[in-house]
Design a protein around this ligand. Structure first.
Ligand code: AVJ
Length: 322
């Protein structure tokens, strides 16, 4: 999917907007208000910056979810049938899935991710550590329908969608995703989903405005990537990171704000910015337990169990297909 920068730097015809990134970036920056999709944050540099974010003192979600998976490991294992297949939607670090694999007796693990290279490398490491586990990586866009490997056809299915990645979706997209996951996993399936919870606004604000500025670099890396891969002319010093909590819509919004009036070029198209104009780069929806349960119910699932940490910062839900 990644295109070679030198080739595209000279591409000036709309017909040459061949990669999804090129098409989405040009289309999204032509919108009013301007936006860019958070799915493009995760190139090699962006993935490393995200890993650094998960270690920040202000960024509580990753360590809190890990704590829940660790502490409630037995309770989670108790609802998982012996010999089931675990299907993970999107695959980052294997730390979380390892906790599930250690506590339960899964027969198969199917990581599904757009980046085939990445999941194949992870699969090798997991095969070493879980010799009896059938590991069957699938390179696919998990937001669209895909077919599960035939080898797990007869096994009970358990979906896994940790990290509050569901918070990146608009509520109607989250519903669409859960319905599609229900279709893919089939009758009798279960699903374990992590969702960040609504909480003190200061805590939310600080998690996306860390003192070390790692989140700012993560956000700005989107422009670095456009410059490198799409021949963009973004001046990084002319944009600044902004993250705010939108209370009415229960979401953190990340923006890149133009410090001045300027024009940026990319793939033969010019984009002009007013001083203070925003590119909206990410939403991170925060759920209440009730609102999450309502989302699940409206998407073909019902909540079987919900686990949280003591401070109720983060939630992990076990869903059952309706
Ligand atoms: C991986 C999407 C859950 O929304 O908290 C972290 C991404 N963005 N800091 C989140 C992110 C800024 C993260 N998710």
């Amino acid at each position: 999917m990644n295109v070679h920068a030198p080739a595209l730097a000279d591409a000036h015809l709309p017909g040459e907007l061949t990669s999804a990134f090129a098409r989405d970036a040009v289309g999204d920056l032509s919108q009013q208000p301007k936006r860019l999709s958070p799915k493009y944050f995760y190139d090699a540099a962006g993935s490393e910056l995200f890993e650094a974010i998960t270690r920040l003192p202000e960024y509580y979600p990753t360590r809190t979810e890990l704590g829940i998976l660790r502490e409630k490991g037995r309770e989670i294992a108790a609802i998982i049938p012996v010999g089931a297949a675990l299907v993970e939607f999107g695959a980052g670090a294997t730390t979380k899935v390892r906790l599930l694999l250690e506590n339960s007796s899964f027969e198969a693990y199917v990581p599904v991710d757009i980046s085939g290279d990445f999941i194949h490398a992870q699969a090798d490491a997991l095969r070493r550590d879980f010799p009896s586990l059938l590991v069957h990586p699938l390179a696919a866009d998990f937001t669209a329908p895909f077919t599960l490997p035939g080898a797990i056809a007869k096994m009970a299915k358990v979906g896994f969608f940790p990290g509050s990645t569901i918070g990146n979706f608009e509520p109607h997209e989250a519903c669409h995703f859960l319905r599609s996951a229900r279709e893919i996993l089939g009758q009798g399936a279960q699903m374990v989903v992590g969702a960040d919870l609504e909480k003190d606004e200061r805590v939310l604000y600080n998690a996306y405005n860390d003192a070390a500025g790692v989140t700012a670099r993560f956000n700005l890396n989107l422009l670095v990537r456009i410059n490198r891969e799409l021949g963009g002319t973004f001046d990084l010093s002319a944009f600044t990171h902004r993250a705010i909590y939108n209370r009415d819509r229960h979401r953190i919004e990340m923006h890149l704000i133009s410090k001045r009036k300027q024009t940026v070029r990319m793939l033969g198209t010019s984009f002009s910015f007013r001083p203070g104009e925003s590119i909206h780069t990410e939403n991170s929806y925060k759920y209440s337990i009730d609102r999450f349960a309502a989302l699940a119910r409206g998407s073909g699932w019902k909540v079987r169990e919900t686990w949280t940490d003591r401070a109720r910062m983060f939630s992990v839900h076990a869903l059952m297909a309706e």
